[in-house]
Design a protein around this ligand. Structure first.
Ligand SMILES: Nc1ncnc2c1ncn2[C@@H]1O[C@H](COP(=O)(O)OP(=O)(O)OP(=O)(O)O)[C@@H](O)[C@H]1O
Ligand SMILES: [Mg+2]
Length: 317
């Protein structure tokens, strides 16, 4: 059945018809028919009312569209805020986790010199009773104590620097920065029988926030430490090498901890991907590391090689 009231040539839109009246109910096609009919008839004057209906309809659509756009903007803003909140939470969690691990490392690192100092003071008392204490003895004693304290101070300084919020980018030496990280974790890695080999000699400079770079390295070597323990590997080595060409800075960190399981490796850089049980891992370490790599203007990737995993940071120049 044809509902078009203009299909019948006798149908005529009455002049001064209310544009919001029943003609406004017609669908666009019927309205167009009416326009054609009106344009070809003597009643061209009716075109204005039809035009008004079109305009009215257009305005309604436009308002609906504006509303939709606004809703969309609000929804995008909300999603963006949720994503930013999650990012902040990840950063905070990563920082807390790193701080916890570092506290362990520092506590560990302090235990040995504190024991040494305590032992030396006992010996001093004994040796004094045994009348062995002379000027030479005291000089040596003081020197030994200084060495121990120096070790504690340097650990603490590195620890404080690591967590001092520093947002300025600057050029820093990769080799020097790696040594700083190793000062902090040295005893912890020694206790776990892990040998870290720095294979490159030549210092290279990289531009970025140094503490973030240290954090990236720490995340990767701590993961290797966990993998060594989980896989119960006997001889444990981590090899670190870095180089700079005209086009690229590369840093490779390789371990022999058995590699990353196939089903984990594709998702490894996503947040909250972890294989560690009992809350031992949050799965944020590598996610944060990719963010840091991006801030340095580069990328972080991983592949399994021989008997372990190799992480590569590559920064195009
Ligand atoms: N060197 C490695 N060898 C084997 N598996 C690894 C290695 N590095 C990472 N993985 C795997 O990748 C997962 C994700 O690592 P990521 O550092 O992101 O999180 P996590 O170590 O589990 O937790 P978090 O770092 O937040 O404490 C680990 O749970 C582990 O399964
Ligand atoms: Mg980790």
């Amino acid at each position: 059945m044809n509902n078009n009231p203009f299909a019948n040539t006798n149908s005529v839109i009455k002049r001064r018809e209310n544009p919001r009246g029943k003609y406004a109910q017609l669908n666009t096609e019927d309205l167009l028919d009416a326009v054609k009919l009106s344009a070809n008839s003597l009643h061209r004057g009716y075109l204005d009312i039809l035009l008004e209906i079109f305009l009215f309809r257009y305005n309604e659509k436009q308002t609906a569209l504006d509303q939709l756009n606004q809703n969309l903007e609000e929804r995008i803003a909300l999603q963006l805020k949720l994503a930013q909140d999650a990012q902040k939470r990840y950063e905070q969690q990563a920082k807390m986790a790193a701080m916890g691990e570092m506290m362990d490392a520092v506590a560990h690192q302090w235990k040995q010199p504190l024991n040494a100092i305590s032992m030396m003071s006992d010996m001093l008392v004994d040796d004094f009773s045994g009348e062995l204490v002379n000027q030479e003895y005291l000089d040596e004693f003081s020197q030994d104590i200084q060495t121990q304290i120096q070790h504690m101070v340097s650990t603490l300084t590195e620890f404080r620097n690591f967590f001092r919020p520093k947002e300025t980018k600057e050029s820093f030496g990769v080799k020097r920065s790696l040594s700083s990280v190793l000062i902090l974790v040295n005893d912890e890695f020694m206790k776990n029988n892990i040998n870290i080999h720095i294979e490159s000699d030549q210092e290279i400079l990289i531009f970025g926030i140094e503490n973030e770079f240290k954090h990236l390295v720490l995340n990767i070597i701590n993961n290797a430490k966990d993998a060594f323990n989980e896989q119960d590997i006997k001889v444990r080595d981590i090899y670190i090498n870095f180089s700079k060409t005209e086009a690229m800075i590369s840093l490779h960190i390789r371990d022999n901890a058995g590699g990353i399981p196939a089903k984990v490796i594709q998702h490894i850089f996503k947040p909250e991907v972890t294989t560690k049980v009992d809350g031992k891992g949050t799965g944020i370490g590598l996610y944060m590391s990719t963010q840091i790599a991006e801030k340095l203007g580069g990328t972080l990737s991983v592949k399994n090689v021989e008997d372990g995993a190799m992480f590569s940071l590559e920064v195009p120049l």
